[in-house]
Write a protein that binds this ligand. Structure first.
Ligand code: GLU
Length: 266
């Protein structure tokens, strides 16, 4: 069995990440499998070079070791481009020229589990409109979620079998204008390329898995198993944020805690 931990090098590793990494590492060890580390660094304006090394150092300090050289998503953009081309050829994506400001000003947008959904404005564009808009603007590409297969499901070790609701997150962006991919597309391409059998991550990403199963199906990738684990809160029970420096592994180490004390607090 192969598992992975996929942090973004946009901040220090905190307790929530440590728990995610530990779950993935344990699942690989239980099955004498492999544990991989992958940096989700497509949020390039927020990435800082020093965080790659700091995350590796924190994981090693916790006793979590990975196989091979960690992948960086910024090295893999052509692979995401190829997947996007396939989705275009299947007619499953459409170009979107809306600005963030335009989208935010839509007052009657449908609500999803994570806030307002994109109402599909650019889905209606004609070929002529698209040609005209492309002259001045690079589009983002969105999943045409209404065309997603309805008979899909996924198996989660904690939550059981879950039927995919294709429109749960609406027409999500699969390729941003600035980088040509998105979290959803990159993670699906990489999990398949690294032959990840069990995807472990926080339960806040459960709704994203609906999108990921659709993409796996369209791109002809195997179906992995999932474990969406509980989230670790801070002392007052709130969800940890990157800015919660007190909960950073580095902060705890600097305060004199041992790795086993940190892991015990999870
Ligand atoms: N980069 C995501 C995070 O740090 C993990 C995404 C995933 O595991 O699919 O929460």
């Amino acid at each position: 069995m192969t598992t992975r931990f996929a942090p973004s090098p946009t901040g220090l590793l905190h307790l929530g990440h440590a728990y995610s990494a530990q779950v993935a590492y344990e699942r690989a060890r239980e099955s004498s499998g492999e544990f991989l580390l992958r940096f989700e660094d497509i949020d390039h304006t927020r990435v800082r070079e020093e965080y790659y090394g700091q995350i590796e150092e924190d994981l090693r300090w916790l006793g979590i070791d990975w196989s091979g050289v960690p992948w960086r998503q910024l090295d893999r953009l052509p692979h995401y481009q190829a997947a996007l081309e396939k989705l275009k050829s299947l007619g499953m994506v459409y170009p979107c020229f809306c600005t963030r400001k335009e989208i935010n000003s839509i007052s009657n947008a449908p609500q999803g589990p994570e806030g307002p959904l994109y109402p599909g404005t650019c889905r209606m564009l004609s070929a002529g409109d698209i040609l005209e808009a492309s002259k001045t603007t690079e589009p983002a590409w969105r999943l045409d979620s209404r065309k997603g297969a309805t008979a899909l499901s996924f198996v989660d070790r904690i939550h059981g079998r879950i039927a995919v609701a294709p429109t749960l997150l609406g027409d999500v962006i699969l390729a941003r204008k600035d980088i040509g991919t998105s979290y959803h597309l990159a993670v699906v391409v990489d999990d398949a390329a690294q032959e990840i059998d069990l995807i472990t991550r926080g339960e806040d990403l459960l709704s994203s898995t609906h999108v990921h199963r659709i993409l796996q199906d369209l791109l002809g990738y195997p179906e992995p198993e999932y474990e969406h684990h509980r989230l670790i809160g801070n002392a007052s029970g709130e969800r940890l944020a990157k800015r919660d420096d007190a909960a950073s592994i580095k902060g705890m180490r600097d305060a004199g805690m041992t790795p086993s004390e940190v892991l015990k607090s999870l």
